[in-house]
Design a protein around this ligand. Structure first.
Ligand code: UT7
Length: 337
């Protein structure tokens, strides 16, 4: 059976650097609070005067990934776009990206799994490759959060953490007897906890999606999060799902060369390390630079970890893990060919 092999990666963040001190000017917060509670020092937001959507960021990341793979866009036979912030209500950002790549018939699928969008996307790509439905897949995670954040003190717990960005991965089905590709994947969801992190409006379940009696600055138009509740779930569920994926792959934790967790909060990932009794250099952090870029966070981290030479040699094993809105959570173990 074919193995799903990561051929290349690419990433892109918009040029508008927003430091914690910039946020201090618009909301009641402080650099010290943000760093101490989250580890975040800065993030990138799109130019508020522009019209940059998730597919635009994804396009830049995709060009880099395609170039690094030595592929033309025409070589692709499937596109998967993970985002919680699609450019428009519909059609999906995958279709918009496909057109930007100069394509006109390649299938394109959107995944709406928030912080675990890349994990669900990678598992989907693997299933498409193993079933023979596709062989050269572009998987993108891309988000534009900044245009949908409550930039008043009311929304400060959420607004300070999110950043915009995208990353792309070229995945190819390769016939090999070697142990490589996805060694295991464990995905979960609990929709009973949907309201712990959600943006409620506009809502198709209402008679009118933009109710005239609800002002446009109503909190329901912005992401609302029960941060401490999500934090506790992350610290409990992540070690559990990591152990589940290790068991499925029949490997020990000490065979993992690097853990690349979703970058939601530095403290969550440090707690994960303590729980697993792992040295901190086995866990990749880059939340300081980008904040939480949701579906883009794991592939941006993968791109940087590979660029820094921390992972990517033949035989290296990386474990991805994340938890976020849905709730959704999961873990995937990948071995480089
Ligand atoms: O990727 C999606 C998944 N999301 C996550 O994994 C996020 C998980 N949760 C978290 O990362 C943390 O809960 C937050 C970073 C969101 C918040 O940190 P916390 O330590 O849980 O703070 P808290 O919500 O318990 O709030 C503590 C205090 C409150 O003030 P009082 O009531 O104690 O006076 C908040 O109003 O901190 C206040 N606060 C802030 N102060 C300054 C909340 N946000 C801010 C802020 N600046 N930005």
């Amino acid at each position: 059976m074919k193995k799903s092999i990561i051929k290349s990666t690419g990433m892109f963040v918009p040029p508008n650097l927003i430091t914690n001190h910039d946020l201090e000017k618009i909301i009641d917060t402080s650099h010290e609070w943000i760093v101490q509670r989250t580890g975040i020092e800065q993030r990138y937001w799109i130019d508020p005067k522009g019209t940059t959507g998730a597919s635009d960021l994804g396009f830049e990341a995709s060009k880099m990934a395609l170039e690094n793979a030595g592929w033309a866009a025409q070589d692709l036979d499937f596109i998967i776009f993970a985002t919680l912030s699609p450019d428009i209500m519909f059609p999906g950002s995958g279709c918009l990206l496909q057109a930007k790549l100069g394509l006109d018939s390649t299938p394109a699928l959107d995944i709406r799994q928030q912080c675990t969008g890349f994990l669900y996307g990678l598992a989907t790509a693997d299933a498409y490759i193993k079933s023979g439905l596709a062989n050269k897949i572009l998987l993108v995670g891309g988000e534009v959060h900044s245009s949908g954040l409550d930039k008043t003190t009311r929304g400060r717990d959420v607004t300070v953490i999110f950043g915009d960005g995208a990353a792309a991965v070229c995945i190819e089905g390769v016939e090999t007897k070697k142990s490589a590709g996805l060694l295991s994947s464990s995905l979960h969801a609990d929709g009973n906890l949907a309201d712990a992190l959600m943006t409620e409006l506009p809502a198709s379940r209402l008679q009118c999606r933009f109710p005239k009696d609800i002002p446009v600055d109503d909190p329901r138009y912005f992401p609302v999060m029960d941060g401490p509740a999500i934090f506790k779930k992350a610290v409990r569920f992540l070690p559990k799902v990591i152990n589940e994926s290790l068991k499925k792959a029949q490997i020990d934790l000490d065979e993992i060369d690097l853990i690349i967790p979703h970058q939601a909060n530095m403290r969550i990932n440090q707690a994960l390390g303590q729980f697993l009794k792992l040295d901190d250099n086995k866990i990749f952090h880059n939340i300081q630079k980008y904040g939480n870029t949701t579906a883009a966070s794991i592939p941006i981290a993968l791109h940087e970890a590979m660029e820094q030479g921390r992972i990517g040699k033949s035989g290296d094993v990386v474990l991805f893990a994340g938890l976020g809105a849905g709730l959704t959570w999961g873990s995937i173990i990948y071995k480089f060919l």
